[in-house]
Design a protein around this ligand. Structure first.
Ligand SMILES: Nc1ncnc2c1ncn2[C@@H]1O[C@H](COP(=O)(O)OP(=O)(O)OP(=O)(O)O)[C@@H](O)[C@H]1O
Ligand SMILES: [Mg+2]
Length: 465
């Protein structure tokens, strides 16, 4: 049995997270104060106080009490901030608490079974904080001596390194010489070398060398020459998700699959081994489980098999906080002929805490529009702001937000700095909102293709999907 479970952390440590830009880029958190009371307008969030507070409380449960296996459902009309609140939650969580976001329909489009896709999403949302001891060599470089062979193909050398208490000479191989050259290490630099990976990092220049100005740039950082032993043991803590451990240890995939996103199905036996190993680490005090958050947007798109999988998975003690969002009212449960609130079966609804989001008041809409204008670097005249707010109440918030950048293009065309009512009016004429589009379709009276689908046909189509 392969009990050798690796966490591949050396490779994963360097992966940077990508910043999202787009419809929700103004959201920087939930905008709650220390007592979890929602501030009127903070961190890009406006209004929707109850839902924000509920979201904050759920996070508190996860981060402080490490409670897992809870589920929440945000239910409300379109563009009432369900996705925005979920993203606000993601930003509130600490950097090593995992947050995974999927749209329910993704589960069907991956080249793996639905339950495998959900299992992966679950495991991606559970972090394992691992303590590892590594050995490092830390000191001030006294001398680097490199000997090249005649052809230059191989290099050998010696590194003399010291602390205030001792001095040692190390033999260098080609790889080590290359990393020292790459980091531009000179005599007088204070460096640290990770013994396991051979990674060299420059901590700064020794104070003793602060006078030889020729070797310094303007941003040279001076540090003390370290004291004590040259070789030290250092404890490093890092967090990986269970899914990352799965992929790194699956024999067919290996850790490169994490970058490709093409992880395939992972064998249940491997997962069991990993669970056992992680449990062992926990008992030894080497690892700690960090339950994270899994957000499933448009959850009504899951089908009955997925829902029953969720029921079971939530009862597992390695389950994250699952947050779902749906804008459906009474809807058919996919894969059945039953109707149910939000398109979710009642046994699942029974397990979740439901939070409703409500349509915004005019004042909130105005503030959201203002925030978006700042985000998109658009200046509206006061009249335009009022006009757009009225438009948002008559059409939808999303339509109004989309109109901002269109109106700016129109304003620029007439070489104006600020967007005025006239630009909005023209944008309104160019782009239809949903209500006018429906009206227009009615006026066309069947001249478009595939217009009439009877209710029966629609239902049978959905069932087979
Ligand atoms: N309380 C809020 N504060 C600031 N911006 C908000 C707020 N609520 C919504 N928005 C913004 O309004 C737009 C629509 O909101 P969002 O996409 O979150 O709606 P939704 O409830 O997920 O709708 P749907 O059901 O259609 O998915 C987004 O650009 C979002 O960032
Ligand atoms: Mg949404």
């Amino acid at each position: 049995m392969a009990t050798q479970i690796s966490t591949g952390t050396a490779e994963l440590r360097d992966i940077a997270k990508m910043e999202r830009i787009g419809a929700h880029s103004h959201i920087r958190g939930l905008g709650l104060d220390d007592r979890l009371e929602p501030r009127a307008n903070s961190q890009g969030m406006v209004g929707q106080a109850k839902a924000r507070k509920a979201a904050g409380m759920a996070l508190k449960l996860v981060t402080e009490k490490h409670i897992s296996g809870r589920a929440m459902l945000f239910a409300g009309p379109p563009s009432t901030g369900k996705t925005a609140i979920a993203l606000g939650m993601a930003q509130t969580l600490g950097p090593d608490v995992p947050f995974t976001m999927i749209a329910a329909s993704e589960v069907f489009s991956l080249a793996m079974s639905k339950t495998e896709a959900l299992t992966q999403a679950f495991r991606r949302s559970i972090g394992v904080r691992i303590k590892e001891e590594t050995e490092i060599i830390e000191g001030e470089v006294v001398e680097i001596q490199i000997d090249r062979s005649l052809t230059g193909a191989t290099k050998t050398g010696k590194l003399t390194i010291k602390t205030t208490d001792m001095e040692t000479i190390y033999d260098l191989g080609t790889k080590m010489i290359d990393s020292l050259t790459k980091e531009k290490i000179l005599a007088g630099d204070v460096i640290s070398i990770d013994k396991a990976s051979g990674k060299v990092s420059k901590l700064g220049r020794s104070f003793a060398r602060s006078r030889d100005y020729d070797a310094m740039g303007a941003d040279t950082k001076f540090v003390q020459c370290p004291d004590g032993e040259i070789q030290k043991r250092k404890e490093v803590v890092h967090t990986v998700s269970l899914h990352e451990i799965d992929v790194i240890n699956s024999r067919t995939q290996g850790f490169l699959a994490l970058f490709a996103g093409d992880t395939g199905e992972i064998k249940p036996e491997l997962r069991n081994q990993i669970n056992t190993k992680v449990a062992e680490w926990r008992e030894e005090g080497k690892a700690e489980i960090i339950p994270g958050v899994l957000f499933i947007d448009e959850v009504h798109m899951l089908d009955i098999e997925c829902f029953s999988f969720l029921n079971r998975a939530l009862e597992n003690d390695l389950a994250p906080l699952v947050i779902m969002a749906s804008n459906r009212g009474m809807a058919r449960i996919r894969g059945t002929n039953f109707r149910s609130p939000h398109g979710l079966p009642v046994d699942l609804l029974d397990r979740v805490l439901i939070v409703s989001t409500k349509p915004y008041e005019e004042d909130d809409i105005k503030q959201i529009i203002q925030i978006r204008c700042e985000e998109e670097d658009v200046v509206l005249t006061p009249e335009a702001l009022s006009a757009l707010t009225v438009m948002a109440t008559q059409t939808t918030l999303r339509y109004a937000l989309n109109l901002i950048s269109c109106a700016q293009v129109l304003a620029r065309k007439r070489k104006a700095e600020k967007v005025d009512v006239e630009d909005l009016r023209r944008g309104y004429v160019y782009f239809m909102d949903e209500k006018r589009s429906v009206q227009w379709l009615k006026e066309q009276q069947g001249s478009l293709m595939f217009e009439v689908i009877g209710d029966e046909a629609k239902d049978s189509m959905d069932v087979s999907a």
